[in-house]
Design a protein around this ligand. Structure first.
Ligand SMILES: Nc1ncnc2c1ncn2[C@@H]1O[C@H](COP(=O)(O)OP(=O)(O)OP(=O)(O)O)[C@@H](O)[C@H]1O
Ligand SMILES: [Mg+2]
Length: 511
């Protein structure tokens, strides 16, 4: 008799109020298999994975592991069945260090009984082994994780799943917060896990990357399976087609030339330990990309321009006059807007509705003014339609939205303020392919109206497709500035990792 599959989910159903998230999904997973799970924002991927991890209860269906039916009604049951999950929204304890987080709930002890003293030394050395040796991630173990960068925290989350020795590992958008170098290391780790007989479910919006990792791909649309095929039968277009039920129009809108009048000039901007002597100029309607590795100064530069972590020295001019940005109030008064990469911590007001979250930035700019509920609904409603934000309407609780849909709410909020300068950090992280082109169109429409835009992104294709120019930062300085229309992704990648032979500040207004 043939062996039963490692995992079999049958007829899984899930409803949230009026929303049917899953309509009877079947999923089979064998040992040594990497299954890709894709679909638009709100298709049901995370809901299905949370049910498999025991974090959500299901309304219908059965789950068997190695032929035995199991009751997955809490996360501990999931862990006991050998299932580990890396959640899309990170789930670490901010005040614990990496080792404490990795072993939270299953601490290593000096002796093998429940009340024996904790073996901190062994937990730390295990944490180091997994993070440093296995994942090749240079993550600090001796500080609370809230002091770590987003990508380092993502690595701790991955290490936590690996340390549990589970046979089934679920990765829900694990590379969204990672730079290319770290993504490559994670992919190598996945291949090793696969070779050792583990099974992996890999959820991602990076379809090209996913096709290089997975052996099979399952596509969800509106809570139903629309394709389940070996990777050999698929390419990016076929997957996108299945996801959206049709072909995708052009991803990037045609470039609109920027105007010649200057909007923003930055001269000799420095912040100790972050960036040094940065100068550039932006004209109205210009979209400038900033590439560079984590720690190159790109995020610090955006935060300095928004007054969140102000610069130490240098000059900022707006429409020809010197201005001072000492805090975010100064920046908002200048009609600067900032979309941070880490929406969960920095951006979203949980416990509030979608409409409230969309309109809050406007309120900040206007002072303490209350928006009429009806107006809030109108404005939010427009953006919900435009960006395809999947929710029950403006009154929906923001936390009930899927990860990608929360991102779209944040972007809508800033577009509403009609900014003079739009500072965007990873604007399409976690956003599905169709919504991505909507986001690009909205950014370009803002630029066409005269808004200057600075985009920090780890996605070089996005920078080249959308921007006029791309500045590459290296160790706190602008290493080079490239014309986006005529440059290649490899060139960008190369400049990101190579010290500049000669500094090439962006002199002149449009140089
Ligand atoms: N806790 C919840 N309460 C209410 N509705 C929810 C909850 N979790 C998910 N949903 C709804 O279920 C549907 C599927 O969401 P899910 O998070 O599974 O999507 P997803 O495919 O993971 O999307 P994304 O790519 O954006 O992460 C959405 O309509 C979402 O709003
Ligand atoms: Mg999700």
């Amino acid at each position: 008799m043939s062996q039963p599959p490692l995992l079999e989910m049958k007829g899984i159903g899930k409803r949230f109020g009026n929303t049917v998230a899953l309509h009877g999904i079947d999923l089979v997973l064998n040992a040594g298999e990497v299954l890709g799970l894709v679909g638009e924002n709100g298709a049901g991927k995370s809901s299905l994975m949370k049910i498999l991890a025991g974090a959500y209860s299901r309304d219908a269906g059965t789950i068997t592991v190695r032929g035995a039916t199991i009751d997955l009604d809490n996360p501990k049951a999931g862990a006991d069945a050998g299932i580990a999950i890396i959640y899309q929204e990170l789930s670490l304890f901010p005040d614990f260090d990496a080792a404490q987080n990795i072993f939270a709930g299953r601490e290593l002890r000096n002796r093998d009984f429940a009340l024996a003293p904790l073996d901190h030394g062994r937990m730390r050395s295990e944490a180091r082994r997994i993070l440093h040796d296995e994942l090749g991630a240079d993550v600090r173990i001796d500080c609370p994780v809230h002091e770590l960068s987003l990508s380092d925290r993502q690595m701790v989350e991955i290490a936590k799943a690996l340390s549990s020795n589970a046979d089934i590992i679920i990765m829900d958008e694990p590379t969204e917060a990672l730079e290319e170098v770290e993504r490559k290391k994670l992919i190598a780790t996945i291949k090793r896990l696969q070779a050792s007989g583990k099974a992996i479910i890999y959820v991602s919006h990076r379809i090209k990357e996913l096709l290089g990792i997975c052996s099979r791909v399952m596509v969800l649309r509106d809570g139903r399976t629309v394709a389940d095929l070996p990777v050999a039968d698929l390419d990016v277009d076929k997957v996108v087609n299945a996801m959206i039920g049709g072909a995708l129009a052009k991803q990037f809108p045609p470039r609109v030339p920027a105007r010649s009048d200057p909007s923003l000039e930055v001269r000799g901007l420095s912040k100790k330990g972050s960036f040094d002597d940065v100068s550039f100029a932006l004209s109205k309607g210009e979209i400038l990309g900033i590439a560079g590795l984590e720690g190159s100064g790109k995020s610090a530069l955006l935060r300095a321009l928004f007054g969140q972590r102000p610069s130490d020295s240098g000059a900022i001019r707006v429409d020809g006059s010197d201005i001072r940005i000492a805090n975010t109030t100064d920046a908002i008064r200048q009609r600067f807007a900032f979309l941070p990469a880490e929406r969960k911590v920095e951006g979203i007001f949980t416990q509030h509705s979608v409409g409230w979250n969309v309109s809050i930035a406007n309120l900040g700019a206007l002072g303490k003014v209350t928006l009429l509920p009806s107006r809030e609904k109108d404005v939010a409603g427009g953006y919900i339609a435009r960006l395809g934000i999947k929710c029950d309407g403006p009154h929906a609780d923001i936390e009930s939205l899927s990860g990608g849909n929360q991102q779209k709410v944040m972007l809508a909020r800033w577009l509403l303020t009609e900014p003079r300068l739009l500072l965007l950090e990873e604007p399409t992280r976690g956003v599905d392919v169709r919504a991505k082109s909507e986001v690009y169109a909205l950014i370009q429409a803002a630029a066409k109206d005269g808004c200057s835009v600075i985009i920090v992104s780890a996605d070089n294709a996005e920078l080249l497709g959308l921007c006029h120019r791309v500045a590459v930062m290296f160790e706190g300085a602008i290493a080079t500035v490239l014309d986006a229309a005529t440059s290649k992704e490899e060139t960008l990648a190369l400049h990101s990792v190579r010290p500049p032979e000669a500094r090439h500040p962006m002199g002149g207004l449009n140089g």
